[in-house]
Design a protein around this ligand. Structure first.
Ligand SMILES: *Cc1c(COP(=O)(O)O)cnc(C)c1O
Length: 458
């Protein structure tokens, strides 16, 4: 092996080859050099792992030619979401409305009044650009936006409860995925977690008995990605608000998703809208901008003027602050809620799409796949999911196109669709079928899907 390792082709000598030099007419030099480096590195690994015995210069040249196109593309790229999970956190959650993209373009490409009060001609606050519309949409007394909802939770806990106790039901000690676990966030925000009740049952008396001199906050967290069913009992927000009033302790509701429309209109189970939640008299709430709201990643905090003011003044707020592109996209998305959100906000439109429309889309895709002689395809009903830790048990009936290939195994086909095409297609295997869910594939993406399938099997 030592001998083979020593004989691995050198970057410079590969770069001298005519075929490689030829690439310089189509690709920048750094891309070609990087491609050669990466292929040689891959081959070295394969040698060490015993997957091959030697590496010839011809092998390296051939792979560079094969892979140069892929190496020339950015790492972060568009994909086709064929999973049917509308808010797929790993695939970037909400695709933005056109109006939001236009706003990003306008504000990103130019100077703006981000922190400049045009009437007064002096320094202003970036938050005012969304505060007016958030108040208008929700009737909230005051509003603040930060980088994401995790940041919002952190800011609320750190500002209102540092060094003090926060009462939370054991049934709501959520983990959202990755590193967001409520007890850990609480600790890093400097608040002391006071758990009450049990996993399945918590009563108002549990909260009341836990109140001490040192209690700063009562927290209700939305159990976004799970449901406790069966022998269970939890305390309503209204009851907590009454308890908070009795003892002068603010109540905070982390809503997770946050809704501005009645989602029963979209065929989903009832969830209170933000306005309905605020009517309970809760002191502070927070939710994500890129879950069911369908906008850019952001954490939206609404509530009583004096509490929001404290949050705004916390030096940590600067660390968590929202950037101008997000702000522009968020304002544009929020303004759509004044008009026709269900048709203009892609997330809501995808959730709302009716079965017959999905079936028609599946038939159109099937028709386009007729010319592929090695592909067998058909249509199958299945269920899509909302995703993004929202409505975990809601099932949306959908239509899928299923695919198989005469000589490529299902798992391999799934991998190739991910790895080979310029626009990767992410899909799922269920009951021995590779499914492309029509709910999350947009009408104008069908041609791209066909092209990607072509690239995957070539
Ligand atoms: C998703 C979620 C969060 C985190 O929100 P991000 O916007 O992803 O930071 C916090 N709390 C709850 C209840 C959630 O569902």
């Amino acid at each position: 092996m030592k001998e083979s390792l020593r004989n691995i082709p050198k970057v410079n000598s590969v770069l001298e080859r005519e075929e490689i030099k030829g690439l310089l007419t189509s690709y920048p030099r750094w891309v070609v050099v990087e491609a050669v480096r990466r292929v040689i590195e891959e081959k070295r690994k394969e040698l060490i792992e015993g997957k091959r015995e030697l590496v010839s210069e011809n092998t390296v040249v051939k792979e560079v030619l094969d892979k140069i196109e892929k190496f020339s593309l950015p790492s972060l790229k568009r994909v086709i979401n064929a999973t049917g999970v509308v808010l797929h956190t790993n695939l970037g959650r909400a695709p933005l409305p056109k109006e939001a993209l236009d706003a990003i373009n306008e504000i990103g490409a130019n100077y703006s009044n981000l922190e400049f009060d045009l009437d007064e001609g002096k320094r202003g606050l970036r938050y005012v650009h969304v505060e007016y519309i958030l108040k208008k949409l929700t009737q909230a007394p005051s509003a603040l936006v930060v980088n994401n909802n995790a940041a919002a939770v952190f800011l609320v806990l750190n500002t209102l409860a540092q060094g003090k106790e926060v009462i939370v039901s054991r049934g709501e000690l959520i983990e959202i995925g990755g590193t967001f676990r409520l007890p850990d966030v609480m600790k890093s925000a400097g608040a002391i977690l006071k758990e009450v009740g049990t996993t399945n049952r918590t009563r108002i008396s549990d909260y009341e008995n836990a109140i001490t001199e040192n209690t700063a906050l009562i927290l209700k967290a939305h159990t976004s990605n799970y449901k406790i069913v069966g022998f269970s009992e939890s305390v309503s927000l209204k009851e907590l608000v009454n308890l908070g009033k009795k003892y002068g302790i603010p109540v905070y509701n982390d809503l997770g998703s946050g809704l501005f429309v009645d989602i029963r209109k979209l065929g989903l189970p009832y969830e209170p809208t933000v306005t309905e939640v605020l009517k309970s008299g809760v002191d502070v709430i927070s939710f994500s901008g890129d879950k069911l709201l369908g906008g850019a990643q952001a954490g939206i905090i609404l509530g009583k003027e004096e509490l929001i003011d404290k949050l705004r003044k916390n030096p940590i707020n600067r660390v968590l602050r929202i950037d101008k592109l997000t702000l522009s996209a968020l304002e544009a998305t929020l303004r759509l809620y004044m008009e026709e959100p269900e048709s203009k906000i892609p997330v809501l439109a995808m959730l709302k799409t009716q079965e017959d429309q999905l079936k028609t889309k599946a038939q159109r895709l099937l028709e386009k796949l007729k010319d592929f002689s090695e592909i067998e395809a058909g249509i199958k009903m299945d269920v899509s999911a909302v995703g993004g830790g929202a409505l975990p048990t809601a099932e949306l009936p959908t239509y899928c196109v299923f695919l198989s290939h005469k000589s490529i195994e299902l798992k391999e086909l799934e991998k190739r669709l991910r790895v080979k095409p310029k626009v990767p297609v992410i899909c799922r295997i269920k009951d021995d079928k590779l499914l492309l869910d029509m709910r999350t594939i947009r009408d104008n993406e069908l041609e791209i899907v066909v092209q990607s399938i072509k690239e995957a099997i070539s």
